[in-house]
Design a protein around this ligand. Sequence first.
Ligand SMILES: Nc1ncnc2c1ncn2[C@@H]1O[C@H](COP(=O)(O)OP(=O)(O)OP(=O)(O)O)[C@@H](O)[C@H]1O
Ligand SMILES: [Mg+2]
Length: 377
Amino acid sequence: MAALRARRTLPKLADAGAPLLVVEDLRTYFKLEGATVKAVDGISFRLDDGESLGIVGESGCGKTTAALSLIRLLPANAWVAGGSVRLYGIDLMTKTEETIRRYRWREISLVFQGAMNALNPVQRIEDQIAEPIVERLGKEHDEAVARAGDLLELVGIPRARGRAYPHQLSGGMRQRAMIAMALACDPAIVIGDEPTTALDVMVQAQILSLLERLRRELGLSLILITHDLSVVAETCDRVLVMYAGRVAEEGPVERVFAAPRHPYTRLLMGAFPDIASGRRTLEVIPGTPPDLRNPPPGCRFAPRCPAAMDICREMVPPEVRFDDGVRVACHLLPPGSPGSVLATDGADTGSMASAAARPAAAGTQDGQVRSSAEGSR
Ligand SMILES: Nc1ncnc2c1ncn2[C@@H]1O[C@H](COP(=O)(O)OP(=O)(O)OP(=O)(O)O)[C@@H](O)[C@H]1O
Ligand SMILES: [Mg+2]
């Protein structure tokens, strides 16, 4: 399979020593009926080469918006209001639309929910996969079709089926074809936004194991957005728990799932069926996520949090990093909590060093101007 991995050439301006992807304080807002929806409001994370990051959180918490912001594939009423997205050290947010287009598919590609229905019904599968290879990589048509055949085989579709039109393939096969298309230009990062939601359970499992295999064999880095925590537990290295446009908790999957620290992570896990434990009653998280046109001040989870204190309703909790690589934004775990590590300015102190390095800054959002020292009790 290694032959399929076209030799990765870094973009011209790449810093070879920089991490693959570093997102810092990303903010993406929508204009909606005169109001501003703060769908993504200051999220930071890092993705290293070959790593897979799961993004979880209830519906409407900004997962898709965050993913689309990375390659600025946003609806017309949305804009990136701040922050940076650095790919190999190159800040994509400062790029023009024309330049960023060169990075889509070529560096970061996206497989979205129901993507299989986005295939062109009147074009043969192999030609659709060949198209970006011709357009983005400048290959001849015949060579591109040959590579499309290789990619189809890679995702488990016989090469000859490439002659088929989309309606002649099953849903699972079409989603595989979309994955082949996402791989066409040999991107560094593939984002799967609920890539299996529209499929039956067996096919879901097959597609997920396909993604996992591709990651291993091609050395891909993966961002997987899903509601299925067990999928994250099985396939991801790190997990980012989003709530109402912000990061509640982020860290290595085994650490976060074994000992969730944010009350939201705990409740989210309690709301998920755990077949192994045979538990039948699921805990429901009372209430609903806030209206992001007018989110509550302080911690956005406070109105639903069983452990909320007065400070939670007043001040945005700073993100505190722990020595096991987990980052948590919760007033129950203020800076200086056991196991937390002091802020440093090092960019190489594990994922999210930068966010953890600025707890005071995180605590001054939404006009809640206070120092982190005041915030810690
Ligand atoms: N085109 C739009 N115009 C205005 N608001 C939008 C638009 N798209 C999304 N939003 C709002 O942005 C917020 C985040 O939405 P987003 O789709 O990113 O959430 P999500 O976490 O992906 O949810 P889901 O799990 O349902 O896919 C929501 O409050 C949503 O209502
Ligand atoms: Mg979504």
